[in-house]
Structures are given as C-alpha cells and as structure tokens.
Ligand binder design. Sequence first.
Ligand SMILES: Cc1ncc(COP(=O)(O)O)c(C=O)c1O
Length: 402
Amino acid sequence: MTKDLFDKFAQLGTGVEGLKMLGGDPFSVTMEEVSSPTEAVIDGKPTVLFGTNNYLGLTFDDAAQEAAIDAVRTFGVGTTGSRVANGTYSLHKKLEAAVAAFMKREKAMVFTTGYQANLGFLSGFVGRDEYIIIDGDSHASIYDACKMSDATVLRFRHNDVGDLERVLRKLGDQDRNKMVVVEGIYSMLGDRAPLKEIADLCTKYNAYLAVDEAHSLGVLGENGRGLAEEVGVEDQVDFVLGTFSKSVATIGGFCASNHPKLDLLRMACRSYLFTASMPPPLVATAIATLKIMEERPELRQRLRKNTEAFYGGLAKMGFSLGPEPNPVVAVKLPGLEALMGAWRGLLDRGVYVNVALPPATPANTYLLRCSVCAAHTDEQIAKAMDAFAELKQELSLQTAAE
Ligand SMILES: Cc1ncc(COP(=O)(O)O)c(C=O)c1O
C-alpha cells in the first residue's frame, strides 16, 4: 500500500469539517472588501472588526498611505534580496534609526517579520552551553526559535515568578549565559508579564532579559514603548523585540538594544541573512506610523478608553474573561460547540472576532479572541456589546470555569 504524506493530517481535515458543521471555518474567513481599520465586508455583509491586532487603527492613515505610495514610486515594490546582499536600502537604515529613537535604545535591527525577529535573534544568539528560559505560554515564534537553537531550553509556568526563580536557582552560579524571554502582553489571554519581579530576578541571578513587546508596543507606557516603560524597568531589559504587524500597522520585526555589539547579530541570525528584506512601501509605512505613535498619544488614550468600555461591558454581562483589561480581550467559553455558536452568532450580527482553540491556547481553553482598536467608535463598541448580550441570552452561554 502506498503511503500518503497527507495521512498524518487526517484529523486536521475532520477537525475543520467539524468546525464547518458547527458554524463555519473560522480559519478561512475572507475579507472581501476592507474600508477602514474597523470595517470590512465578510460573506457579502458589512462587518465591524474586533479581531485585528490593529490597536492604534493606523492601517488607513493618510500619511502612512502616502509614504507607502511614495516609496513604491521611488524604490519599487520589493528589494529581491537579503539585508546582507542587495536588500539594504537607505530606507531600511532610516527605519532602524527610527526604531532605536522610538524605543530609546542605542541600536536597532530590523527583520522582515516579527516571527523572524524572534526566530533569528534567539536561535542565532543563544547557543551551545547557554540557556534560554521561557514562559510556558510563549508565542510560537519563541518556541520555534528554541527548537532551532543549540541552547538548553528551560520553561517556567506562565507568569509564575516563583517558578522562574526555582529554574534560575537550580542553575546556580554556573559560568554560562542565561537569557530569560517574556512577552509584554500575552497574545491569547491578554495578560501582562509581572515584569518588575522578573527583571529583578534576572538582575539577582545574572541573566539577560529579552522582552517581546509585540502586543504592548504603542499600547503601554507613557510613550508607547511597551510594558517595560509602563513599569519602569527599561534599564533592566537587555533586548526588546517587537513586530510592526500590530500597532505599527504593517509587517516587519525588530530587535532593539543598548548593547554596543548588537550589529554582530546581522551575521549570526539566519532569518536575517537568508531571506529578502522588508519591501520599500512597508518600510516607509513603519517609519510613518512610528512617527504618528510618537506625535499622537491621544490614540493610546482612546485605545485605553475603548478597552475599558469593551472589557468592562463584557465583564458586566458575566462573561469569563482574561485577567485584566488590555486590548487583547479573551472571552472563555466552555467548549467547542459554545465557541463556534458564539463566533457564528457574532458574525451573523456583523461582528468579527478571532477563534482560538486548543492546543494553541493556554490550559486548553476555548476562546473568542477579541481585539480593541483606537479607531473603534462608541457606536461600534455598542453594536458589539448588543451582539454579545443577545448571544448570551439566546444561546444561554455558560461561562467557562476560571
Ligand atoms: C508575541 C508575538 N511575537 C511575535 C509575533 C510575530 O509577529 P509577526 O506577525 O510580525 O510575524 C506575534 C504575532 O502574532 C506575537 O503575538
């Protein structure tokens, strides 16, 4: 009998078929038209978007669009080369300077995506006879980097400072480099790392600290630099990682640091070396949106206000939510059927959110993963609240146990 390479995915196939029977395939939703950061046409119907990571709502910003168009005219649509070959344009240098300035760091290095930034930085930088110590709920890009690295990888329980200390203490005072990696806001439950305590532990046990501010950049901190700024520990964070695919409203990733030798990583990170660089319009967009993030703190304030309205509204209705109000709002449901019913019910009412399922979720929870945007209007938030309220009644949703 001939073997089929696809056989091992049989369960995935039946899983998707099962989802379709429960309300549709949430993983192949198509935005037929997108008219603003918060509005699209899905299944032929105008829909309000509450699942985009577009925290500051800058995807349609006039200045960003003009910058992108101008860059296309000046530099073309792509670079067709790696940063270390023909793919470094003056624009990339300008973006690296802009990231360094925004993050108040000496240096920054830009990757083609945030995924590649984590992959390249961790796997290229931390190697044999060294340790990478990660939070159990880390993003896939951090896990994949660990797989690629020759380092010994150790894990501590999500946001559990005591467990991190146990790991660090066990390593004793071996003369080996240790890199602790955490995230500012975690992408599934929307909770923050206890960064002050973690930073103090890293100082105490002489470990490097890297913080992925993917979901907190532009969101937390007086100037939008993320959780480290918000809790006042930037000088204890050795490396900041981030993406341009959320509040920066395009795609790309970065590592920023005060370490004088950061540039050496350009020759060590495979995901920097062996892939084409960010295309000019996207580089120009990131430069433009970083400037807007600096000049318009009111966007962050509006985001916070919207977050409080959205999270607070759902909490009042009795939904079981992630532990704190951040722009990633996780609504926990008791199982697959309830989740799919709720997701379909929202979509039918013109409200789009993401679906997150085990095994990708913490503690195998079933989540409607919502994200709030500074560009959401009060009316859009009210519409989402009405849809959730109707759902709660109609489906008599039982909230999942905490
Ligand atoms: C915590 C975290 N790090 C990194 C990434 C990767 O970002 P990008 O979309 O730029 O590849 C994501 C994306 O969702 C993320 O949530």
